[in-house]
Structures are given as C-alpha cells and as structure tokens.
Design a protein around this ligand. Structure first.
Ligand code: HEC
Ligand code: HEC
Length: 231
C-alpha cells in the first residue's frame, strides 16, 4: 500500500517535472514553427486583401477647400480652440470624424463638416494629415509645469489616476490605431476635451471619462500645458 502510494507520488512528481521542463520548450518550438510558417506564407502570397490605398491628393484638395480655414493649411491649426491634426494617427482621425457624423462625439460645428464626408473622403483626408509633420509647441505655465509633468509621467497614485504616458507614450506620440497623439496640442483644446470627458459632454470614450473624472481644474490645466510643450 505504502509502496503504491510512493510510486504514484513519484510518478506524479516526475510528470510535473517533465512537463515543466518540456512544455516551455515545446511552446517555443511551436511559436518558432508558426513564425516560420507565416514567413514562408508571406513570401509566397501577397498580403491579405486591404482596402484600396488612400488617395492623398484628393485628401489634400478636400482638406484645403473645407477644413484648412480652421485647422491650418497643413493641419497645424494656429487657433488654440481648434485642434492640430497633423501627424495624428489615421485610425483615430477616422474614428473621430465618424463619431461627429453619427453624433457619438457631440460637436455642432464638426457635425456639419463631418456629415458632408463619405467614408472614402475621411480616409483620404486622415491619411494625408498623418503624412504632415506636427508643429511643436511650448508649455507656458511656469508654476504648473512640474505638476503637469508629474501627472503625465506618473499619474496621481493616491487617487488611482494612471500615468498618461502609459497609454499616450512618454513623448506623447501615442500609439497608432489605439491611442491618439497628444504632444504639441494646443493647451486650450486639451483643457476643453479633458473637461468634456470629465463633465460628460464628450461621451465617446469610457477610459478617458474615468481618467478625467479624478482630475480637478488645476490638474487639467497643468497636464494640458505640459503636453503642449511635449516633443
Ligand atoms: C469652423 C471651424 C472648423 C472647420 C471648418 C473644421 N473643423 Fe474640425 N474641429 C473644429 C473644432 C472647434 C474642433 C473641436 C471639437 C470639439 O471640441 O470636440 C474640431 C475637431 C476636429 C477633429 C477631432 C480632432 C481630435 O484631436 O480629436 C477632427 C478629426 C477634425 N476636426 C477634422 C476636420 C475636417 C476633416 C474638416 C473638414 C472636412 C474640419 N475638421 C473642419 C473646427 C473646425
Ligand atoms: C488606459 C489608456 C489611457 C490612459 C492612461 C490615458 N488615456 Fe487619454 N486617451 C485614451 C484613448 C483610448 C483616447 C481616445 C479616445 C477617443 O477615441 O475619443 C484618449 C484620448 C485622449 C485625449 C483626446 C485627444 C484629442 O485629440 O481630442 C486627451 C486630451 C487625453 N486622452 C489625455 C490624457 C491624459 C491627460 C491622461 C493622463 C491623465 C490620459 N489621457 C491617460 C487612452 C488613455
């Protein structure tokens, strides 16, 4: 009886040991195999069907005619209330235009302009804007910049405000298709957006509503000013 139990125990142990040693190896081998496989596939076959290439010339023409008056000739708006759009990620721009059109993001001015655009127009304009270089800006509030940097880089731990850098990246460049670029943006525009997320007038993103809910006016002003100078 004792012997059987011991035997069982030792066989369990060895199985655990064996799988502990071999499982990771076989997982690595499988990954390598998969990677190899997709490499050969990519060589032999063209990439899966993508939508037609955006037409940057059309995008530029449409933008110059209808949007540049407010957002600047190259998407670098000179008016603090109108956001800079140059170098912003195309997926984010398209999602915002879609949101204005559908009413998911509420803005009377932009609803009018976005509603006049087709999905192709939005794509052409967005990819053209991405190809334009963003003009850098400056922080202006000497007394607040340290607070702004602290919030941007480290968040506010005792109120569970996450670091902005964690999603929007340390230099504010964001991450294509997920997190918008923020660096160099007009502080007035950023203050308006963060206040809108907090007060529920910009309802199109739950994560940002939760982040902004915990910021007071002074903190919003500080982090917006810091971001304006970020590069
Ligand atoms: C009369 C001025 C005006 C015109 C013309 C205009 N916009 Fe805007 N746009 C604004 C303002 C103001 C905002 C900020 C809206 C808000 O507070 O939500 C904005 C916001 C945006 C945003 C969101 C940016 C972000 O960072 O979230 C995009 C994208 C945009 N506009 C694209 C366009 C395009 C494309 C056109 C032309 C088809 C256009 N705009 C025409 C004033 C304008
Ligand atoms: C968990 C990820 C995450 C964190 C952390 C985060 N953000 Fe965001 N942020 C987002 C996403 C996603 C969006 C895009 C929202 C949308 O689609 O409208 C966004 C949008 C924004 C916008 C709007 C940009 C524009 O052009 O209109 C501002 C401003 C912003 N964030 C500031 C901040 C600040 C300041 C912090 C730190 C206090 C912060 N974010 C932390 C994910 C995050």
């Amino acid at each position: 009886m004792k012997l059987t139990a011991q035997f069982l125990l030792s066989s369990v142990i060895s199985t655990v040991l064996v799988s502990a040693v071999f499982l990771p190896i076989s997982a690595v081998a499988q990954e390598a195999k998969a990677a190899n496989h997709s490499e050969t596939k990519a060589e032999s076959k063209p990439a899966p069907a993508k939508p037609a290439k955006p037409d940057l010339a059309k995008g530029e023409a449409l933008f110059s005619a209808t949007c540049a008056a407010c957002h600047g000739a190259d998407g670098n708006s000179g008016t603090p209330a109108n956001p800079k759009l140059a170098q912003q990620h195309p997926q984010y721009l398209m999602a915002q235009l879609d949101g204005f059109k559908s009413g998911k993001r509420n803005n009377a001015v932009m609803k009018g302009f976005a509603s006049a655009l087709s999905a192709d127009d939005m794509r052409n304009i967005s990819y053209w804007l991405t190809s334009k270089k963003a003009k850098t800006g400056f922080a202006k509030e000497k007394d607040l910049v340290a607070l702004g940097e602290h919030i941007y880089r480290g968040g506010i731990s005792d109120r569970q405000v996450p670091a902005c850098a964690g999603c929007h990246s340390p230099n504010g460049a964001g991450m294509p298709s997920v997190y918008p670029r923020l660096s160099g943006q007009h502080a007035d525009y950023t203050v308006a957006q963060l206040t809108g997320f907090r007060d529920g007038t910009r309802k199109n993103n739950v994560v940002m509503a939760q982040v902004a809910a915990k910021l007071n006016d002074r903190e919003i002003k500080a982090v917006a000013d810091y971001m304006a100078g970020l590069r």
